[in-house]
Design a protein around this ligand. Sequence first.
Ligand code: RRO
Length: 312
Amino acid sequence: MKKIDTTASINGIKLPLCIMNASGVLCTTEQELSNLLNSFSGGIVTKSCTYKPRKGNVIPRYFEWNIGSINSMGLPNLGINFYLSFLEKKKINKPIFLSISGLSKEENYFLVKKANESSKITAIELNLSCPNIVEKEKMLGYDFYQISNFIENIFKFNKKPLGIKLPPYFREEHIKNMALVLNQFPIFFVTCINSLPNGLFIDPMKESVVIRPKKGFGGIGGSIIKPFALANIHKFYTYLRKDISIIGCGGISSGKDIFEHILCGASAVQIGTQFMKEGISVFERLKKELIFILEKKNYSSINSFKGKLKNF
Ligand code: RRO
């Protein structure tokens, strides 16, 4: 049997495995990040950080059921200085993606500048799609007027590989317009998609919402969002410059799901809800399941089928 290659390249950033965690899931504290460093994951994405540490929203703020999850975490994180000094102390054995989610454009500029000072960060994942923060500014991922100027300003000083975590879009013209903007900049990758904003899951027995913040409304993840993730990945694959890689995120709980993401154009994938449910062993299981599928299909690497989804 020939050796199956499950490594990945994100616009030249080499991952020992094409599977990593999604930002936000078990990647906030020293313990969680150490666990990820010692795991099979092909890279590490940190919890989106702000300048000051944040406690986040009141609990309960996360709930899961068989096919989905809902969260309104409210950006709980230990502040950028914690993540930078944690990484300084550690021996790093895989690419590190520092996720940044400032509460204003100015805060994002500041955070990107700070991240540029660290040699331990492989790339920045700029989160322009947090669904749960109601601050004065509109979510940049949905602000087609401001995003171009914002990214232009970032690239005036940013020297690190930088990607953007996008929200889900539900109209082709939105994806096309966003791709046209992104194509103008030296962006390394996009991550598609963040959770579906403003969902509502309820408990009919208790006749109640299941999370406390925002009257129960929150971002939806898990298996039920996979069709939206695949649609966004595939459309962006069509419209983005070919050197901008796509990291697929949304609804992955099996090797088959990873195969589907890659078929739609993803170069690597992130695991959110399923990592939360299953814990750190998820990466090894998914790797085995992906290899099993590739063996059956006689594919030796991700590049043999990436983006090659067929139409009728
Ligand atoms: O912390 C959160 O509430 C959160 C963030 Br920043 C995000 O980007 N996506 C999400 O589902 N939750």
